[in-house]
Structures are given as structure tokens and as C-alpha cells.
Design a protein around this ligand. Structure first.
Ligand code: ZN
Ligand code: ZN
Length: 337
């Protein structure tokens, strides 16, 4: 029994280390190297003649060994074990796709098959998948901020006082489950829709097994979003969310609350009125500005459940008059008949 448990722990640990070398994972050694190159080019351009002090600051132990950063490392490993336990019990993308595909055959028994050259189908599928994936990330992230019951969990990510690429993993497992289900749902919807219209032609344009859009996003420094490199895209921020814009999303200043929820495209934030431009000279303080920022690891995992429950209770009480009204009118209707 003990040996089986130990073997499982070692297998998860081995997979975690393998993922750190895989181009399919956002925080892999390869994307960290490319992010570093992007940072060097940016510093050389913005701080001519001061590259060395900037690089010293980039690797400062006051960031990488800050209490908040040390929490990020522990959360990363702990969440790997939690998700290894939970994910086999959750509906996977393949399962959800198979279910949705067969259900769609019942819902729409009249098959409509379109004819397009395979290269066009692959390009269209790659683009649609990217758009739906990016929008769903934006929308779920927005919900995590707007719904108090979800914010209770997402505040773990925002309680980071310093940002390192590992901060992307500083999430409560409830948030991890929500993003897992989101990913499975997007996969199911996109594949079902395209396979129904273009059977036998659906595939993704990939680079080393990664969608071409994800690959470009990661190579161009996605990991700088969680860093102190204030890389702004200037006018391009209207179209693409820059690392500096995500850093503004992490700012504890009231005027920066609930802005820049997007991952790649800035369009969604502009449409929903949450888009804010960044400035490469911005000086930000990160965190939620509450006592939660200084909590220990145990509290970070447990307290969100308490907050979520309290927020649900408050919501239920605020709706109580309406619930009583509905109950009274239903009962009186029942007796009147
Ligand atoms: Zn957020
Ligand atoms: Zn973040």
C-alpha cells in the first residue's frame, strides 16, 4: 500500500519534470529561454547602456526568493498532486467530444457536409479553435472576478506580491478544475462542429504538436506576463494583451481593478469595456491589498471555501424576499385550485 502510494508520488513528480521540458507546456525551459531573450532585447531597446543593472534586477533574489514566490513553487507541486487525483474523475476532452458528437447526431439528424480543400479546413479549424479558446479563457477569467463566489478562489492568484513565471500556477484547485472543464468543453464544441461539417478533414496546424497560435504566443514571451519586465506593446495593445497589461491586471490600485482579463487578444476586453492600456514606465504594487496577501499556504487552500460559502449565504439572503414571494404565490395558487 505504502509502496503503491510512493510509486504514484514519484510518477507525478517525474511527469512534472518532463512537462518542464515539453514545448507543449507554457512554462517549459524552452519558453523561459525565449522569454529571457525577449526581455534582453526589450531592455537593450528601452534602457540603452543600462542592460547589466536591468538584468541583475531581473534575477534579484528579492523577487525569486520572496515569500510570495516561495509559495508559488510549493503551490505548483501541491496542485500537480491534487490535479493528478482529480483529473481522472473529471470528464476529459475526448470523452466530452465523443458524447457531444453522438448527441449532435440525434439533435441534428440531417447531415450537412461541406466541401472545401483540406488545407482551408485545417486553417479554418485552427483559427476557430484559437478564437473560441481565447474567448472562453477571457470569459471564465471575467467570471472569476465578477462573481464573489468565484473570486473567493481566484484571489489566491491575485494575492501574489511578486510575479515570476511560476505565478501562473498559483491558483486554487477549484480554479484548476474550472479551467480543465473549460478546455474540455471548447475541444468538444469545436471538434464536433467541424467534424460534422467536414468529416475526415479536421486537423490543427501545429508546431511540434502545439497549435501554431499557442506556439507563437509562448515563444514571444507569454511567461513575461508574470514577471517584472514591463513589456508594453504600445499601439498594438489594442489588439494583443501585452505582459505589461497583465501586470496591470495584477495591480492592487483601485483604478486597475477588473481590467485586462484577456490572454492573447485584446478584442474581448474592448468589447466588454475592461480594456486598459499599459505603459512600460508604470510602477505597480501587486496583490489584493487585503490581509489575504499575507496568509500562509493552509489558509490559501481552506479560506476560499469559507468565503465562497459566506458569499453564497449572503446571496441567498438577499434573494430571500423574492423566494418567499414565489413560494407564497405558488402555494396560494395550489390551494385556489
Ligand atoms: Zn485575474
Ligand atoms: Zn496572472
Amino acid at each position: 500500500m505504502f509502496m503503491t502510494y510512493l510509486e504514484w508520488l514519484l510518477a507525478v513528480l517525474q511527469q512534472t519534470l518532463a512537462d518542464l521540458q515539453s514545448v507543449q507546456k507554457r512554462v517549459s525551459i524552452w519558453y523561459l529561454v525565449s522569454a529571457f531573450i525577449v526581455a534582453v532585447v526589450f531592455y537593450a531597446w528601452r534602457y540603452p547602456g543600462k542592460l547589466k543593472p536591468q538584468l541583475i534586477q531581473l534575477f534579484s533574489p528579492s523577487v525569486w526568493w520572496h515569500r510570495s514566490a516561495r509559495h508559488d513553487y510549493v503551490i505548483f507541486f501541491f496542485n500537480r498532486f491534487v490535479m493528478a487525483l482529480l483529473s481522472p474523475r473529471l470528464p476529459s476532452g475526448v470523452l466530452l467530444t465523443t458524447w457531444l458528437y453522438y448527441q449532435s447526431q440525434n439533435w441534428f439528424p440531417y447531415s450537412v457536409e461541406l466541401s472545401l480543400p483540406t488545407a482551408y479546413v485545417i486553417a479554418l479549424f485552427t483559427l476557430c479553435y484559437f478564437l473560441l479558446d481565447d474567448f472562453s479563457r477571457f470569459y471564465l477569467h471575467r467570471m472569476l472576478h465578477k462573481w464573489p463566489v468565484l473570486w473567493a478562489f481566484h484571489r489566491v492568484h491575485h494575492s501574489a506580491k511578486v510575479l515570476t513565471p511560476m505565478t501562473v500556477f498559483r491558483t486554487h484547485p477549484v480554479e484548476g478544475v474550472l479551467f480543465f472543464l473549460r478546455s474540455a468543453l471548447v475541444q468538444a464544441i469545436c471538434i464536433t462542429f467541424f467534424v460534422s461539417l467536414f468529416p475526415g478533414q479536421v486537423s490543427l496546424y501545429t508546431v511540434w504538436g502545439v497549435s501554431v497560435f499557442t506556439f507563437v504566443f509562448n515563444v514571444l514571451g507569454a511567461n513575461l506576463r508574470h514577471s517584472h519586465v514591463v513589456l508594453s506593446y504600445g499601439r498594438w495593445e489594442k489588439w494583443l494583451i501585452s505582459p505589461a497589461q497583465h501586470q496591470r491586471h495584477h495591480s492592487s490600485a483601485i483604478e486597475d481593478y477588473d481590467c485586462n482579463f484577456g490572454v492573447v487578444l485584446a478584442l474581448w476586453d474592448r468589447w466588454f469595456g475592461s480594456w486598459k492600456q499599459a505603459d512600460w514606465r508604470q510602477k505597480l504594487v501587486f496583490g489584493t491589498n487585503t490581509r489575504f496577501d499575507s496568509k500562509g499556504l493552509f489558509a490559501m487552500y481552506v479560506e476560499p471555501f469559507q468565503y465562497a460559502l459566506e458569499s453564497l449565504k449572503r446571496r441567498l439572503f438577499s434573494k430571500m424576499p423574492a423566494i418567499i414571494m414565489i413560494l407564497v404565490s405558488t402555494t396560494s395558487l395550489f390551494y385556489a385550485n
